[in-house]
Write a new protein. Structure first.
Lengths: 114, 115
C-alpha cells in the first residue's frame, strides 16, 4: 500500500518555540496532491493546505510554512513561534489524480505548553 | 455558508441495537465521505459517494454497516446490531468533486459509544 508516514506520534514544545512536523509519503503516481489537516481538541478536522506534485515551491502562511521535497518524498510542516492554540493533532494526507481516496497518516499530536 | 454538519454529536447505545448517523454536506458538494476514527488513531475510510451512488464500499468493516445518500445531499450511515468495537468517532466529509485534488471539509463527527 502507498503509505503516508508521520513518524512523530507526539511532540511537546514550550510556547514560542518553532516546531516541525514530518510527513513522508509513498506514491507511484506522477500527479498527486498533499494535504495537511489540523484536529483541535474539539475534534473537527480543519483543512490547512493543499499542494500538487508539480509545485515544489514552499509556502508560508503567517506562522505556518510547508516544505515540499519530491526528492525525499516529504511534505513537512513548520509552525514558527508556537502558541498554545496550536495544540492539536495534525494529519498529513495524500490524494491521487485518478482516485477519490485520501491516504491519511496516523497523525502527530502537538502539545504547546505555556 | 454552513459547513458540514453531523447528528447526533454523541450517541450512546446498547450492544445489539441499531444506530443511524446523519451527515449534511456543504451545499453543492457532490462528493461525500465517511470515516471512522477510533480513540487516538488515524482516519479509517469507510465509504464514499459521488452524487447518490457509492462506487466504493470496500471500507465498510462488515455487512452490519450500510450507507445511503439521497438528493445528492444528506447521507445516513447505519450500523446494525452494534458491537463494542464499533465505538468510535464517525466523521463525514464533503468535497466539491470527487478526486484526489479536492480538499475535503469535515464535520464535527458523531461520537458513538456502545455499552
Amino acid at each position: 500500500a502507498q503509505k503516508v508516514t508521520q513518524a512523530q506520534t507526539e511532540i511537546s514544545v514550550v510556547e514560542k518555540e518553532d516546531v516541525t512536523l514530518d510527513c513522508v509519503y509513498e506514491t507511484r503516481d506522477t500527479t498527486y496532491y498533499l494535504f495537511w489537516y489540523k484536529q483541535p481538541p474539539s475534534g473537527e478536522l480543519v483543512f490547512l493546505i493543499r499542494r500538487n506534485s508539480f509545485d515544489e515551491q514552499n509556502e508560508i502562511s503567517g506562522r505556518y510554512s510547508w516544505n515540499f521535497q519530491k526528492s525525499t518524498s516529504s511534505f513537512n510542516f513548520t509552525i514558527t513561534a508556537s502558541q498554545v492554540v496550536d495544540s492539536a493533532v495534525y494529519f498529513c494526507a495524500r490524494g491521487g489524480a485518478g482516485t477519490y481516496k485520501y491516504i491519511f497518516g496516523t497523525g502527530t499530536r502537538l502539545k504547546v505548553l505555556a | 455558508g454552513a459547513g458540514v454538519s453531523q447528528s447526533p454529536s454523541n450517541k450512546v447505545t446498547e450492544k445489539g441495537k441499531d444506530v443511524e448517523l446523519r451527515c449534511d454536506p456543504i451545499s453543492g458538494h457532490t462528493a461525500l465521505y465517511w470515516y471512522r476514527q477510533r480513540l487516538g488513531q488515524g482516519l479509517e475510510f469507510l465509504i464514499y459517494f459521488q452524487g447518490n451512488s457509492a462506487p466504493d464500499k470496500s471500507g465498510l468493516p462488515s455487512d452490519r454497516f450500510s450507507a445511503e445518500r439521497t438528493g445528492e445531499s444528506v447521507s445516513t450511515l447505519t450500523i446494525q446490531r452494534t458491537q463494542q468495537e464499533d465505538s468510535a468517532v464517525y466523521l463525514c466529509a464533503s468535497s466539491l468533486e470527487s478526486g484526489g485534488s479536492y480538499e475535503q471539509y469535515f464535520g464535527p463527527g458523531t461520537r458513538l459509544t456502545v455499552t
